[in-house]
Design a binder for this molecule. Structure first.
Ligand code: GLP
Length: 235
């Protein structure tokens, strides 16, 4: 893992933007995208730049189960608001949170991923070490699946909802195996609340108790963090 530490989120996000530019220059066509507060500054930089995704395809990591794409807390809505409405792609794919036939939805999404192998996968990280919505205990061999959110994730994400009861308890998520199939991975983590997870991911044992540690098994991972998120790293 190539770990880069920056003083501010803005500088870190600028570097992340440059990784996208470089990937595009190297003919990357498919971008795996992520939601959450972490990539917001990166998406803003993209929106205010002349980067061109009109020949690119996006495939998102995850979506809440039960939320329609026009729900303000759905990841579909987030992506439209923060990126796609202002920076169009040739095609955008996200899991369909309204599909209650989970076998069919998993199959549909895995087919999309098989047809569109990801060149650059953007990731955030949960305070508990999750990537996508792959929670502690997840099977590293998993592809897209309907997952139960960990209580700590519901707690962390309730800030976006009226109450914890309003946070969906399940989500569709690419699996760890799906994530590891991408050619390059770019993980961003900002703030003290991520320091423990970042340390485990970079320096800890590879264990499904800390899903992001699976990234140690990939040979092209860039981790971009601010000083707070890097604060527990030993070097
Ligand atoms: C969410 C998402 C992840 C995201 C993480 C961190 O629940 N499923 O993809 O990386 O948690 O979120 P944030 O960036 O808001 O801290």
């Amino acid at each position: 893992m190539n770990v880069l530490v920056f003083d501010t989120i803005q500088e870190a996000s600028q570097k992340a933007f440059e990784v996208f530019q470089e990937a595009l220059a190297n003919n990357a066509k498919v971008f795996g995208l992520a939601t959450g507060s972490t990539p917001e500054a990166l998406y803003e930089i993209m929106v205010n730049s002349d980067i061109d995704f009109t020949d690119s395809i996006s495939v998102n990591l995850d979506e809440y189960y039960g939320l329609a794409g026009d729900h303000a807390q759905s990841y579909n809505y987030f992506m439209n608001e923060h990126l796609f409405n202002k920076k169009p792609f040739k095609a955008n794919y996200l899991p369909d949170g309204t599909n209650t036939d989970s076998d069919a939805e998993v199959e549909r999404y895995n087919k999309i991923l098989a047809a569109n192998p990801v060149d650059l996968q953007l990731l955030g990280i949960g305070g508990n070490g999750h990537i996508g919505f792959n929670e502690p205990g997840t099977d590293f061999n998993g592809h897209t699946q309907l997952v139960d959110l960990a209580p700590s994730t519901i707690e962390a994400n309730k800030r976006f909802f009226a109450s914890a009861e309003d946070v969906p308890s399940k989500a569709y998520s690419m699996g760890i195996a799906s994530i590891l199939e991408s050619k390059q991975i770019l993980l961003l983590a900002f703030g003290e609340g991520k320091a423990e997870a970042v340390k485990g991911m970079v320096e800890g044992p590879v264990t499904n108790e800390l899903p992001a540690s699976a990234l140690q098994n990939h040979d092209n991972v860039i981790v971009i963090v601010d000083k707070a998120a890097a604060s527990l790293l030993s070097k």
